[in-house]
Design a protein around this ligand. Structure first.
Ligand code: PLP
Length: 459
């Protein structure tokens, strides 16, 4: 490592210790690393202290990155970069950033699903499968969706590498330059990240943070126009945990019904974590408006690493024939979803679901504990979620709330607790918050809250 000398203004190539951010710079005092806001250099009495490695300046012509890739942000994993650096330095980080139940005790993938996956491997079931998914799995998914109150045939189901791949395919098939996706603010980040790849934009409709993050239907109404091709409902919502009522869903469908080019995306991946008892499938409420339901193994079946999900198309008036043809072309061109993982999911869908009660009770207990602790901490507030396994916590001190990303980075560096800044879920409606998962065992949550409390007390 080279220490620059005081007053050195020669351009140098810098790389931030924490994030790996690169910069060619004249070693100015105020030179900040964009992702983590650390100062690359700071001046002290007798010269420079480095907060960054300094690389010799080599003039290279870098290959340009496509704008669509450079614009991608995924807050949930972006904050992991500085956390990993701290871990490399030997610090023990409590990770409350990612909605992966397998990262915590007591929430395993059920044995019968794992056995079925293993059996597929033992049987050499490792070949390519049909592009839309195995017929038996498509049958089981359609039966499951029928059980949620709408008429879904096997042909309406397409198996994908997770809901995330389904989203990419849907956006690719629906969106052109100038189109809009109307998504809840705040929302799961890919709804913002991907549409711009097709020249479209994501516009957020407001969830009311003062009223349990309920959907602001008037805001949706005011933002609808002919260019809105997809209207998204995430139910229960990530990150807020709000569960939409039947009345709200009916009204949302009615609004969409006024715009014949609009299709509803119903992301119901957390539907097994409904603590209100009132959750309904959006497709089950629609007689006319097309609804594409998204779900999979990642949350309710506790197997996110398998990367299996699906889309189920409800198109009562047959409006989506052309776009569906596009979706099928895209599915064929990406071959198929993972073969053995589909067997695992099939076992999950066809065998009894009694095991879920234990998992759900554990999640509920951990969630209740978090709410209780937040209630006791000065400087934090949280609306109780109706579902999913996150808390979207408000930072009440306006000075700290003004830069929620800095809050998250300071908490990470000082107390080694990793959460995600609310503005990463919505710059407009999520700022001033952070999202934490409630999945760890109580002993870990207890330690995390002690650290968060101490962090706030020191401010
Ligand atoms: N949809 C929502 C609302 C999510 O929160 C997540 C993951 O956190 C996903 C989709 C990802 O689903 P998958 O793992 O099936 O790609």
């Amino acid at each position: 490592m080279i220490e620059p000398t005081a007053g050195n203004t020669e351009p140098q190539r810098l790389i931030c210790f924490l994030t790996g951010e690169r910069r060619t710079s004249s070693a100015q005092r105020e030179d900040l690393c964009a992702p983590c806001a650390s100062v690359f250099y700071s001046e002290v009495e007798d010269g420079w202290v480095h907060h960054a490695r300094v690389l010799p300046l080599i003039v290279v012509e870098e290959v340009e990155v496509a704008a669509r890739a450079a614009a991608i942000e995924y807050a949930i994993r972006d904050v992991v970069v500085p956390a990993v650096e701290l871990e490399k330095q030997g610090h023990d980080i409590i990770r409350l950033n990612i909605g992966d139940p397998l990262a915590y005790e007591g929430l395993p993938t059920p044995d019968h699903m794992v056995d079925s996956y293993k059996k597929a491997l033992d049987n050499q079931d490792n070949g390519y499968g049909p592009s839309y998914g195995f017929p038996a799995l498509r049958d089981a998914i359609s039966a499951s969706e029928n059980g949620k109150g709408w008429s879904c045939t096997s042909d309406d189901v397409y198996v994908t590498h997770g809901v995330t791949e389904a989203l990419q395919i849907i956006f690719a098939a629906f969106l052109e330059n100038g189109h809009k996706v109307l998504a809840p603010g705040p929302h799961y980040p890919p709804y913002m990240a991907y549409p711009q790849m097709y020249g479209a934009t994501t516009v957020e409709y407001r969830l009311d943070q003062n009223d349990g993050w309920r959907i602001d239907l008037d805001d949706i109404r005011s933002k609808m126009d002919d260019s809105v091709r997809l209207l998204v409902l995430i139910n229960p919502n990530n990150p807020t945990g709000n569960v939409a009522t039947v009345g709200e869903i009916d009204e949302l469908i009615e609004i969409a019904g006024e715009w014949p080019k609009c299709t509803i995306i119903a992301d119901e991946i957390y539907d097994g974590f409904d603590f209100t008892g009132s959750l309904v499938s959006v497709a089950s409420r629609s007689d006319e408006v097309p609804v594409i339901t998204l779900n999979g193994v990642s949350k309710v079946y506790f197997a996110p690493g398998w990367r299996i999900g699906y889309m189920a198309w409800h198109d009562p008036r047959g409006r989506l024939g052309l776009v569906r043809d596009g979706v099928e072309r895209l599915l064929r061109s990406r071959l198929c979803a993972s073969t053995p993982a589909q067997h695992g999911f099939l076992a999950g869908l066809t065998e009894e679901m009694g095991w879920l009660e234990g998992h759900r009770a554990r999640v509920q207990e951990r969630l209740d504990y978090c709410l209780e602790r937040i209630d006791q901490i000065d400087g934090l507030e949280c609306q109780a979620p109706g579902g999913a396994f996150y808390l979207f916590v408000r930072i009440t001190d306006p000075a700290l709330a003004a830069d929620d990303k800095q809050f998250v980075l300071d908490l990470l560096h000082e107390k080694h607790v990793l959460v995600v800044h609310g503005s990463g879920f919505s710059p407009e409606f999520g700022a001033g918050h952070f999202r934490m998962v409630c999945l760890p065992e109580i002993s870990i949550l207890k330690e995390a809250f002690s650290r968060i409390e101490a962090f706030l007390e020191a401010r």
